[in-house]
Structures are given as C-alpha cells and as structure tokens.
Write a protein that binds this ligand. Structure first.
Ligand code: P6P
Length: 333
C-alpha cells in the first residue's frame, strides 16, 4: 500500500470531507507528536530512570508513576504555544490548565489521560494515551471547568496511542476510525488501517473477574451466561481477556471484536465504577461507535451522558454492538 502519512491523511480528509479545519489538524498533529515523545520515554524503561513511583498522588488518590507525570508534562508543553487550544484537562491535574497568557488562545478544549494503565508500566505491559477534543464556547475569555461539561456527543475528535510491540495511533474526527503505525526510523505516523469496524457479535469478553462477588445482578447474569458457553442461553463458548490497560483491551476489540466491562459494584456503592467519563469513557465511546460498536454506562448511551464533574467516574460497557445491547438490556429489566 502506498505510504500515507498522518499529515497527508489529515489534509486529504479536510479536502474530501471538510471535517478537519486547519486548527484541528494542527491540534491532532501536535498531540500525535507528543505521543511519539511519550513512546520514546516509555520505551526506555529503566534505562531512562523513568520507572517507579513519583512519591505523589493524583486527584484520584492514585500513586503517580514518574511516567504519568512526565507524559502529562509532555502533552502540556506540546500544546501550550500552538494557538489552537483555550484550555486543557488531564487525569493527572485537579483543575483545568488554561493556556498561559503569553500564548494566543484557540477554539478547542483538549482532555487526556496522559498514560493510561499505569499499573502495567513497571511490568512492561502495553499502556497508552487517551485524548478527547471539544469545542470551546465562542467568545470565551477565561475558560472554566464548566466549559468542559459537554456530553461526549459534542466531541469533534477522539483518539488514543497504544505503546505496545508497535506504537499505534487510533483516531476519529467523526468520519470513521483510522489507525497509524509509528515508523520509528523515520519518526513518522503511517496510515496502516482505514475505516476500522468492530464485528457486531463476539466470543470474547473483558472484565476483572476478581470482583465477581461484588457484581450487581445484571453483570452476574450476563457473565454467567457467557461462562455457560454452548450449554447456556447464548449457545456459544466465550474466551476471556483482561489486560488491565483500557487502551490495550479496546485496541484488541477494535481489531477483532469483544466486550469490555468495568461496571459499578458493591465494593463502593457511591463509586460508579473506576473509569472516568471525560477522558477515558467518552473518547473510547466515540471511537467504538464510529467503528460500528456501542458504548453505554449500563443504562444509557455513553455519549448522551451530561457531565457534572471533570473527574466523574462512570460504569463502562463497550464493544461489539449486540453484546453491549444485551448487557444493557439486562440492566433495564
Ligand atoms: P483494575 C488502568 O489503571 C485502568 O484505569 C484502565 O486502563 C484499566 O482498564 C483498569 O484501570 C484496570 O482496573 O481494577 O482491573 O486494576
């Protein structure tokens, strides 16, 4: 296949579908470049003295890894000067990060989980960066957290980088999902998969089954039916995968189908699951829907949820359409 770079893809997408204005193209290229830098740091591991904990906690109360903080700083520094953003928000920062006064403000808001799957960093398992792009309100001077409170259906772009055997960038701007592989020798992102589609059915599910005794009935019913395999109501055997890196699990599902679940459970009735709506569930939901899959919080379409807090958590069911619809229906019965 003729090599198509990320830049060429973005320019041609703008020319054909008029969905990527110049400022959004700059935003995507800057984020993609930052992901190359993160990939380089991640790839060094112990050789770069970047492994281990940073002896600090993030707003989620989670111990931060050195690479979490480094990745966050890489994304902040890469995006501040370009004039394409009004503000940024990150899993690693309590409040929003306005663009410093010395730089011009743009019309987009960028949200990200700079390095998702941190528990896997020190054991060399795939991790990733997740990002989401919203439009800022017109005529806004000083952006506030309230400006970020937009439903996932308002995203103009979403994507992730997965740092695995290959480093890949998966991107949607509302016209399907495309995948780019990092050519490390050339330092460029090369289009390697166009218009990815998730099969509507699957025989593979993802959930952390150590929480089985804490699940609520709809999840227990659904998982038991899959475990019953050919002898049960679903009439087929299922396989199970849980990488504990959402980006890696979602990337597998994008490539061969599956259903990913991180439900709320009885461990903490006040905590609606572990994953965050604004910079984990929403970008992944846009990508999954654009690839013909579905994403819900167990009761409603993920992208319809009206957010109230920047770091709010949400139960997540996403992947092959028919399976997501089934488990969502069980929640409604
Ligand atoms: P658990 C990683 O820490 C993460 O946020 C997601 O990437 C992943 O799917 C989930 O948490 C894993 O959670 O409870 O299985 O460790």
């Amino acid at each position: 296949m003729k090599r198509v770079s990320l830049t060429q893809y973005l320019v041609e997408e703008q020319r054909l579908n008029n969905t990527i204005p110049a400022e959004l193209r700059l935003l995507i290229e800057v984020v993609a470049r930052a992901c190359k830098t993160i990939s380089h740091a991640v790839g060094k591991g112990a050789l770069g003295e970047v492994l281990g904990s940073a002896e600090s906690e993030n707003v989620q109360g989670e111990v931060q890894k050195k690479l979490d903080i480094l990745s966050n700083e890489i994304l902040l520094e890469a995006n501040e000067w370009g004039g394409h953003l009004a503000a940024m928000a990150s899993e690693e920062m309590e409040s929003i990060h306005p663009i410093p006064n010395r730089y011009p403000m743009g019309e987009y808001l960028l949200l990200f989980d700079p390095l998702d799957g941190s528990s896997n960093i020190d054991v060399n398992v795939s991790i990733g960066t997740i990002f989401s792009v919203l439009k800022a309100r017109d005529g806004m001077d000083a952006p506030t957290e309230q400006d970020f409170m937009q439903a996932g259906s308002k995203q103009v772009a979403a994507g992730y980088a997965v740092y695995g055997p290959q480093t890949m960038l998966v991107l949607t701007t509302g016209n399907g999902v495309n995948c780019f592989t990092l050519d490390r020798e050339m330092g460029s992102w090369v289009l390697t998969e166009r218009d990815m589609k998730i099969p509507e059915d699957t025989q593979e599910f993802s959930i952390n089954s150590s929480n089985t005794r804490h699940w609520y009935p709809p999840v227990t019913r659904y998982v038991n039916e899959m475990l019953a395999g050919k002898t049960g109501p679903l009439n087929k055997d299922y396989n199970m995968r849980w990488i504990a890196s959402m980006v890696a699990d979602v990337h597998r599902i994008l490539n061969r189908g599956g259903i990913f679940m991180y439900p709320a459970d009885a461990r903490d009735p006040d905590k609606p699951g572990k994953l965050r709506l604004m910079y984990e569930a929403n970008p992944m939901a846009m990508i999954v829907e654009q690839a013909g899959g579905a994403a819900t919080d167990g009761r409603q379409r993920m992208l319809d949820i009206e957010p109230t807090k920047l770091h709010q958590r949400v139960p997540v069911f996403l992947g092959s359409k028919n399976e997501v619809e089934r488990v969502t229906q069980y929640h409604q019965e």
